[in-house]
Unconditional design. Structure first.
Length: 199
């Protein structure tokens, strides 16, 4: 059964990251307008990484795998320019169909809390509320939204949502899928740690 401490952590995870608590997800398949794209303030260091004009940019990345169908793809990356500016983190890309996919970027300093959030969602095995339906959510600064929902008879389902303007939501994922997703995030954390230590 979900312990009160986990509910508190989930609430803190949402509060600290400015979580979205809307019950409905956007279903409009139209692309975001140019005005929205231009006015959007970068939410992460990776998203805001803008090398100076005329400089050479290097992007290194490892593809870590995918879960679900259509797939949720994860990679770990480093962006760097010739002047020494750099950003490290992960990219999570969610595909809805051949025409619709989007990504959320997660900075390196967010990964420990993201792993804790995933652990909290995976601990959900009962509905502690008096309501028929339950959703527990964790969100990052770049609006990677993880949800555990419809807990009944010891079974919990999950979704992963990516994108900031017109987000894309994955298909229904199992606990096994979510555990695999967590393993990829852990692998990314280890890669980033090895880079930071110079190994």
């Amino acid at each position: 059964m979900l312990k009160p401490a986990y509910l508190i952590y989930a609430a803190i995870c949402l509060a600290l990251s400015g979580g979205l608590l809307n019950a409905q997800y956007p279903t409009n398949s139209a692309e975001p307008s140019a005005a929205i794209q231009q006015s959007r303030t970068p939410a992460t260091k990776l998203e805001g990484f803008k090398p100076s004009a005329g400089s050479v940019v290097m992007l290194g990345y490892d593809e870590l795998g995918s879960v679900g169908s259509p797939p949720v793809n994860v990679d770990v990356r480093e962006a760097r320019d010739a002047k020494g500016a750099k950003a490290l983190g992960i990219s999570v890309e969610v595909t809805e169909n051949w025409y619709r996919k989007d990504q959320s970027l997660v900075d390196a300093d967010e990964i420990p809390d993201l792993l804790k959030g995933i652990d909290t969602l995976l601990e959900v095995d009962a509905n502690p509320t008096k309501f028929e339906n339950l959703e527990i959510r964790c969100i990052t600064r770049g609006e990677l939204l993880l949800t555990a929902y419809n807990v009944s008879r010891g079974r919990t389902y999950f979704t992963i949502q990516a994108g900031r303007d017109l987000p894309v939501v994955s298909g229904r994922l199992s606990a096994k899928d979510m555990s695999k997703f967590r393993a990829m995030i852990e692998q990314a954390a280890q890669k980033i740690s090895s880079i930071a230590s110079g190994k």
